[in-house]
Design a protein. Structure first.
Length: 673
């Protein structure tokens, strides 16, 4: 009775084609794929967890921005009240009744718990929401306001401070501490301090001592505030079914405002954060982005420290969502992937082994033939008869290829040389085309940017013109109604006139930038020398004040075609910019020469200074709309409008500059025909 072939007979020698083919077929399924699957699942699990951390971090960013916006808006709106003409008029009359009514109206409008006026000695002259006659002024926020600077911060008020303002505030701030697992150990049983949005703004009147307008909003048990944050961060359907988003405001480590529940209808007010989070956030000042135990369950959590006006860490802002639904979804996904892999593996291995039997012999024959060719026998062939399967077709094609091998070996060498030459030529052509494409792309991007900004600025400019007209009209009505009493506020009225005029000029520049065709002037034939000379009286006071020496070099003989006023506008803008670049004095060179560009005769006018110069980054952006290096003194439209005016006449403006060596702007315009 014949013996059945064993495993060694079936697989053959370890170095045979048969063994290798089986290894190729089975190793990916039994070894490599499980390893790849394992690595993929581990990486996927890590990426999944990282994605959850990224989400909670973005949620914390939204909550932080909302809290910062609340603080900033409170400070800005308080500053707007202190700078208003109405409060100055009421305070100057020294009548307490309308002043208290005014403060109460604004306290309710801003949602503040108290609003009062205090002097440097802590005396409260008028108040709303509090009956305190004297208060502390050593808060950094209040000290800054009494010093003339508006300020706002999140401060902690002691129980005594709250009682001094209003007993009801102290009662709202009071919270009984609830024992919490894993919390920082302390002997306190009640929290009496209050976390307050604290803002102050200076109020200065001629002949009066310094006053500060102080307002505050208590955040303890302010559930509308924390629910707004939660609704903003975790909108409906933003989390999978079963998960729940939460937000909390901590005073130190105590939850003073939260939507985390102890029970179904009871919020976890008075509970405390875990010791690990307390040490990392309040102790080390770090942002916590990880899983954390929150009251009674595990949450993907984000905590960040809150700092008061003294720079001390006094609390935390928290957002997070339940971890369990995400963990369950992750494990279900991993389990389904593993089960599917095992099922596919069990079904596929027998099929692979059966198919392999019909491949071994032809492959071994082809392997032998290829080995002979490698040894230099280009006449070796497989000699296998044609069959209908792919292996037989491969064998026939292999013989045909070997027939062509010798014939094409020489041809390939010749083609290789020719190909190298063509590749080099094509590479040069592609490099040139790429350079042209980059230049065209930059031009298209700039055109698109200018078009978009033009549409926006035109709309903004027209919208600003209406309130300007209303301000000017009402200002004249106020002067007429006040009559001789208007002299009391003469300085303020004049200041309003100046600022309205400044706004009008800015609007004019915006409209000229957005719709240059509406401001285009009559084109005239101009002499460069005459235009430059006419500009000098307009900038003489700026140059004399800075002690700047002017050098003229009028070598141009040709005339140019451009509206005289527009050309003077461009030259005056460049000369004034040059004067600003030389605050300690220097030399301003104004020159004009005949110059040919782009195959056309033209005139080049140069405005060069010996000032501070500009870096390459600034030079690259100098003609961008709204880009300025003068901070509050400039609009960033001067050079953009100048470039537009010159380009409209077929000319161009170029600039050369280096730090410490000065700047030279050159205007080139075609000669007038």
């Amino acid at each position: 009775m014949a013996e059945k072939p064993g495993i060694a007979t079936f697989f053959g020698p370890l170095r045979s084609v048969r063994f290798r083919l089986l290894a190729i077929a089975l190793l990916p399924t039994l070894v490599i794929l499980p390893l790849l699957l394992g690595v993929t699942m581990v990486r996927w699990s890590g990426k999944f967890d990282a994605l959850l951390i990224t989400k909670v971090n973005s949620d914390l960013t939204v909550a932080h921005q909302y809290l910062a916006t609340i603080l900033e808006n409170t400070g800005e709106r308080l500053e707007a009240i202190s700078n208003s003409a109405r409060i100055r008029e009421i305070v100057s009359k020294q009548d307490q009744t309308p002043l208290k009514r005014f403060l109460e109206e604004n306290r309710e409008k801003l949602g503040l718990d108290f609003l009062f006026l205090v002097d440097a000695n802590g005396n409260v002259s008028a108040s709303a929401g509090t009956d305190a006659g004297k208060t502390r002024v050593d808060w950094p926020v209040r000290a800054a306001a009494l010093g003339g600077k508006a300020s706002y911060a999140m401060d902690i008020f002691s129980e005594q401070d709250l009682v001094a303002l209003s007993p009801s505030l102290a009662q709202r701030a009071r919270l009984d501490l609830v024992p919490t697992p894993n919390a920082h150990q302390e002997d306190r049983t009640v929290e009496t301090r209050g976390m307050m949005i604290h803002a102050a703004s200076p109020l200065r009147l001629p002949g009066s001592p310094a006053l500060a307008l102080v307002g505050g909003r208590l955040l303890n048990q302010n559930l509308d505030f924390i629910d707004t944050i939660n609704d903003l961060v975790y909108r409906q359907a933003s989390l999978p079914e079963g998960s729940q988003g939460t937000a909390t405001l901590f005073l130190d480590d105590v939850r003073i405002s939260t939507n985390v529940r102890l029970f179904e209808n009871r919020r976890a007010l008075g509970t405390r954060v875990s010791e690990a989070v307390h040490s990392a956030v309040l102790g080390a000042g770090q942002v916590w982005l990880d899983s954390a135990f929150v009251v009674n369950d595990w949450y993907i959590s984000a905590y960040e420290p809150l700092v008061d006006s003294y720079g001390k860490r006094v609390g935390m802002l928290y957002v997070g969502f339940l971890e369990a639904p995400f963990a369950q979804a992750k494990y279900e996904t991993l389990g389904s992937v593993i089960a599917a892999f095992l099922g596919i593996t069990i079904i596929s291995i027998p099929v692979f082994l059966r198919w392999a039997r019909g491949i071994f012999k032809p492959l071994e024959r082809m392997t032998q033939t290829i080995s002979q060719v490698d040894d230099g026998d280009l006449g070796a062939r497989t000699g296998l008869p044609p069959t209908g399967d792919e292996i037989g077709q491969v064998a026939v094609h292999l013989d045909e290829l070997l027939e062509r091998l010798q014939q094409r070996e020489g041809e390939l060498r010749a083609w290789n040389e020719e190909l190298n030459v063509r590749v080099e030529q094509r590479t040069q052509e592609l490099q040139l085309a790429n350079l042209r494409l980059e230049a065209t792309t930059k031009q298209l991007v700039m055109s698109e940017k200018l078009a978009t900004i033009g549409e926006i600025t035109a709309g903004v400019a027209h919208e600003i013109n209406n309130p300007i007209a209303v301000i000017q009209g009402n200002l004249e009505v106020a002067r007429s109604m006040l009559g001789s009493q208007a002299n009391v506020a003469k300085t303020e009225f004049n200041l309003i006139d100046e600022q309205v005029d400044r706004i009008s000029r800015i609007v004019g520049k915006l409209l000229q930038f957005a719709r240059p065709e509406e401001f285009a002037g009559y084109v005239e034939r101009q002499s460069p020398e005459t235009v430059i000379s006419d500009c000098m009286p307009l900038v003489k006071h700026v140059l004399n004040r800075a002690g700047i020496e002017v050098i003229r070099q009028d070598d141009a003989t040709g005339l140019l075609a451009m509206n005289r006023t527009e050309l003077q506008q461009v030259l005056v803008n460049l000369i004034v910019n040059a004067a600003h670049a030389m605050p300690e004095g220097g030399t301003l060179t104004l020159s004009s020469v005949d110059e040919e560009r782009h195959g056309s005769q033209g005139v080049a006018m140069t405005v060069a200074d010996t000032g501070v110069g500009m870096s390459e980054d600034v030079v690259a952006r100098i003609f961008d709309p709204f880009f300025t290096t003068k901070r509050q003194e400039g609009t960033g439209l001067g050079l953009s409008v100048s470039q537009m005016l010159i380009a409209r006449q077929g000319g161009e403006i170029t600039v050369e500059s280096s730090l410490g060596a000065g700047t030279a702007f050159t205007i080139w315009l075609p000669q007038a025909l």
